[in-house]
Design a protein around this ligand. Structure first.
Ligand SMILES: Nc1ncnc2c1ncn2[C@@H]1O[C@H](COP(=O)(O)OP(=O)(O)OP(=O)(O)O)[C@@H](O)[C@H]1O
Ligand SMILES: [Mg+2]
Length: 436
């Protein structure tokens, strides 16, 4: 007879287990638990409290035999009654006769008065409490030890399934957040591509425009400069000094404008990949003399001392002399511009790195220096370390952008170290002969 009953029980349990194992959300989970309790528990009042990890409280998840009002009260007071105490300190509590238990009943509903025996079991997964089962019966001594063993099994199963559900929900949340982020990324990417296409189009248009305008712009400016010089020379002797002064200003402004236009045009030529270099054996001595001469006005304006620190025998170098001259004039021009009554040093040396010889130029000044943030931006076109600089010192912020591009084109590199108030040191190296 016992065997027959056990066979029946085993079938019931296996149905319950496979039902619970197949749930996919909290609602179907609650239904399965409720179904299991209906089949297995011969008690009028059954509650399953589960820990809600988001709300951080016990929720009455399944409540059989409770009116809606009782259910609300049970959930609200759960933490202060047996469910809460068992959740905090997981252990099974069996009260065969409530009246002998000293009336430790805190609820005041009709159900509370009807209950004569109680059973509480913690729902655990491994060592983590996840909730509490509570059973109440109107009969004294309702829960036999065999029933308790069966309920323990259901309780363990509930713990495993709830943990799995929580993990799955967390995974789904992460997956859907990820999918959302991916979607946003895709949208941003499309925008970015669009912006890039536009920028490329704009660059192409700019290059084409500048290529055709280059001649158009330089020719009239050169004419203005040429004729202004002519007028100054031919009429200077007899002219009124005010007129001569004005003509000199016209000449200076025109040259300044020509310099600017050349810079802009050259930079876009470099960016368009249309700037070609011509390597030759560089006569460093005469190159340095011409650089020094070009920087002399700036040096005098700032009242700086210029020091040349170079070996007796200057290194041999094959490079585009015009580009190198321009690079050094830019660096020395800056050094004099941003240093007052200080020292500007041009150092020339040779180095061997990985078996390859390099010529190294260092321009060091004792001027205003730059912060780390400023240093990071100075090689970008049209950027100056700070906006007040263009007001104080003039310039367009193209010098270093061109300088860096030229150095790269020549197969070398340039870097800078600087600190506010402590001067700046620009170092560049070039291969002794250009890369083929
Ligand atoms: N030796 C230096 N000391 C301090 N700041 C410097 C020095 N060299 C460059 N800078 C900073 O870097 C900025 C960019 O220099 P860059 O030569 O590109 O432009 P610019 O000299 O302002 O204008 P341009 O050279 O086009 O006439 C400068 O405006 C300045 O703020
Ligand atoms: Mg400059």
């Amino acid at each position: 007879m016992n065997e027959v009953i056990d066979q029946h029980l085993i079938e019931q349990l296996s149905t319950i287990a496979s039902g619970l194992a197949s749930v996919h959300d909290l609602a179907s989970f609650a239904e399965e638990v409720e179904r299991a309790l209906t089949v297995l528990v011969d008690a009028e009042y059954n509650g399953l409290y589960l820990w809600d990890f988001e709300a951080m409280r016990l929720r009455l998840f399944v409540a059989r035999g409770f009116s809606e009002e009782e259910r609300r009260e049970a959930e609200r007071t759960a933490w202060d009654r047996h469910p809460g105490s068992i959740f905090r300190q997981p252990r099974m509590i069996h009260i065969p006769d409530v009246e002998l238990d000293g009336g430790r009943q805190t609820q005041s509903s009709a159900r509370a008065f009807a209950v004569r025996s109680r059973l509480f079991m913690p729902v655990m997964y491994q060592r983590q409490p996840l909730g509490v089962f509570g059973f109440g019966s109107s009969r004294v001594n309702n829960f036999a030890s065999r029933d308790i063993e069966v309920l323990k099994f259901v309780c363990r199963l509930t713990g495993v399934v709830y943990r799995q559900l929580l993990d799955r929900m967390a995974r789904q949340r992460v997956e859907s957040e990820l999918a959302g982020a991916l979607e946003q990324l895709k949208v941003a990417n499309v925008d970015l591509q669009h912006a890039r296409d536009q920028a490329l189009d704009a660059t192409r248009a700019k290059s084409a425009f500048l290529a055709t305008m280059s001649h158009e712009l330089r020719t009239p400016l050169n004419a203005i400069i040429g004729y202004t010089e002519l007028i100054i020379e031919e009429y200077a002797a007899g002219a009124d000094p005010g007129l001569t002064r004005d003509l000199v200003r016209v000449d200076a402004s025109a040259r300044h404008l020509l310099g600017l236009i050349s810079d802009v045009l050259d930079l876009s030529k470099i960016e368009a990949g249309k700037f070609t270099l011509h390597a030759e054996d560089v006569d460093l001595a005469s190159l340095i003399a011409s650089v020094d001469a070009a920087c002399r006005p700036g040096q005098q304006r700032s009242d700086n001392r210029f020091v040349l620190d170079a070996p007796e025998r200057l290194p041999a170098l094959r490079a585009d002399a015009t580009a190198l001259r321009r690079v050094l004039i830019n660096l020395l021009g800056n050094a004099h511009k941003f240093t007052q009554r200080g020292v500007v040093t041009l150092r020339i040396g040779e180095q061997e790195v990985g078996g390859a010889r390099r010529v190294v130029f260092t321009v060091e000044d004792s001027g205003i220096g730059m912060s780390e943030a400023q240093v990071r931006r100075i090689f970008d076109a049209f950027t100056q370390a700070d906006a007040s600089i263009s007001r104080r010192f003039g310039g367009t912020g193209l010098g270093l952008a061109i300088t860096q591009q030229l150095v790269h084109l020549m197969g070398g590199d340039i870097g800078v170290t600087s600190a506010p108030g402590l001067g700046s040191t620009f170092s560049l190296w070039l291969p002794v002969a250009p890369p083929s």
